[in-house]
Design a protein around this ligand. Structure first.
Ligand code: LMR
Length: 335
C-alpha cells in the first residue's frame, strides 16, 4: 500500500517537475511534511517558512505544511522526498543514517555539545556546511539547521544511577549512536517512528524514551511516563532539506526568495526553541503526571563515564575526522 502511495507520488512529482514551467497559471506547490505538532519549534518554523515563501515569491510559491506525521512517518517521509512525492522536510539529525549519511550521527554522541553556543559554532560554520553538502549525492539538498534542544530521559522507573537502566526497553530514533548509547547503559534500544511512541509507552512495548521537553509534552508522553531525568545528555535538532532535482529546477528568482524565507524562518524557529522547551517542562511539572529528577554531580559524572566508550565505538562509522573537526568547531578552535 505504502509503495503504491509512493509510486503515485512519484508519478505526480515527475509530472510536476516536467510541468513547472508549463503551469504558469498556478503557484508552484511545495509539500512540507513533518512529524511534530504545529506548536513545536519545527512546526513553528515550517509555518513561518510557508508565510515567508508566499511573501518573498509574490505568491508564486504555495507551501502546504503537513505536521504531526499526517502525511508520512519518519522513514517514509525521507523516501517520499527522494521520490519527489513531497518537496521539503526537516527530519531530526538522528534520522539520516538509513539514508547512508552516517556522519550526521555525530550530533547524537553523548555530551558532545555542552550548550547551544557550541552547537551554533558547528552548524553556522564549515563543519555544518560540509555535513549538509553530503546530502547532495543522495538527491537531497540541505538548506539549514533548525534547533530543538537538549534531551531528557523518561521511564516508568526513576533513572538516577547507571544501574537503573539495566534491562529497560527504550524507544530510539534510527541512529546507531543512540543504539550504542542505550547498550552502554545496559538498556535495550528499539527503533520506533516518532508517531508510534505514545502507544508504545502506553502499552509497555517500551519502558522509556529520550526526547526534548517540547516533544515529550506535545506528544503527551508525560501522560504515560512516571519519571523523567533532566540529563541533557544529548541534542535534537533538524536539517531542513529539499528534493534536489525540484530545487535545481526552480527559476533562480523563486529560489532566491525561498532562500530568504528559509533564513528568516530559521531565526524564528531557533528563537522559539528554548522558550518552547522551558514552557513544556513547566507545563509537565505543573501537571503532576511525571516526576522530574535532577542528577547530583556524582550521578552525572557516572552517566558520562558509562557513555564515554560510545564515541570510540562509533568512530569508524561516523569517521574520526568528522568527530575531531566537530569537536574543534564546538570548542571554537576552528570554524
Ligand atoms: C523523534 O524523537 O523522533 C524526534 O526527534 C522527532 C522530531 O522531529 O523532533
Amino acid at each position: 500500500m505504502r509503495r503504491l502511495i509512493l509510486k503515485a507520488g512519484l508519478a505526480a512529482a515527475l509530472l510536476a517537475a516536467g510541468g513547472l514551467a508549463a503551469r504558469a497559471e498556478g503557484p508552484i506547490v511545495i509539500k512540507f511534511s513533518h512529524v511534530t505538532t504545529a506548536d513545536t519549534p519545527k512546526g513553528k518554523g515550517a509555518d513561518r517558512f510557508a508565510e515567508l515563501a508566499a511573501k518573498y515569491t509574490d505568491g508564486r510559491v504555495k507551501v502546504e505544511v503537513y505536521p504531526n506525521s499526517t502525511l508520512y512517518k519518519d522513514k517514509e517521509e525521507v523516501e517520499a522526498l527522494q521520490l519527489g512525492a513531497v518537496q521539503m522536510l526537516a527530519p531530526s539529525l538522528a534520522k539520516f543514517g538509513p539514508l547512508g549519511v552516517k556522519e550526521f550521527e555525530v550530533f547524537d554522541l553523548p555530551y558532545i555539545l555542552p550548550d547551544k553556543a557550541a552547537l551554533r559554532r558547528v552548524t553556522d560554520g564549515e563543519v555544518g556546511r560540509k555535513l549538509l553538502g553530503k546530502l547532495d549525492a543522495h538527491g537531497i539538498h540541505g538548506l539549514a539547521y533548525w534547533d530543538n534542544g537538549f534531551k531528557i530521559m523518561s521511564d516508568n522507573r526513576p533513572l538516577r544511577d547507571v544501574a537503573d537502566f539495566r534491562g529497560q526497553k527504550f524507544r530510539i530514533q534510527s541512529s546507531k549512536v543512540l543504539e550504542a548509547q542505550f547498550k552502554a547503559l545496559g538498556a535495550l534500544p528499539q527503533v520506533l517512528a516518532f508517531s508510534d511512541v505514545y502507544q508504545a509507552l502506553q502499552t509497555g512495548v517500551v519502558d522509556g524514551s529520550e526526547n526534548t521537553p517540547s516533544n515529550m509534552y506535545t506528544q503527551k508522553h508525560y501522560e504515560v511516563q512516571k519519571y523523567a531525568t533532566l540529563s541533557d545528555h544529548g541534542y535534537i535538532g533538524y536539517a531542513v532539506i529539499v528534493n534536489k532535482a525540484f530545487w535545481d529546477g526552480l527559476p533562480a528568482d523563486v529560489r532566491g526568495g525561498l532562500e530568504r524565507a528559509v533564513s528568516e524562518a530559521t531565526l524564528y524557529a531557533d528563537g522559539a526553541a528554548q522558550k518552547d522547551n522551558d514552557d513544556a517542562l513547566a507545563a509537565m511539572k505543573a501537571s503532576g503526571r511525571t516526576e522530574f529528577i535532577a542528577l547530583t554531580p556524582e550521578q552525572k559524572a557516572a552517566w558520562q563515564k558509562a557513555l564515554e566508550p560510545v564515541t570510540a565505538e562509533m568512530s569508524s562509522r561516523i569517521g574520526k575526522d568528522t568527530i575531531e573537526s566537530f569537536r574543534k568547531a564546538a570548542a571554537g578552535a576552528t570554524n
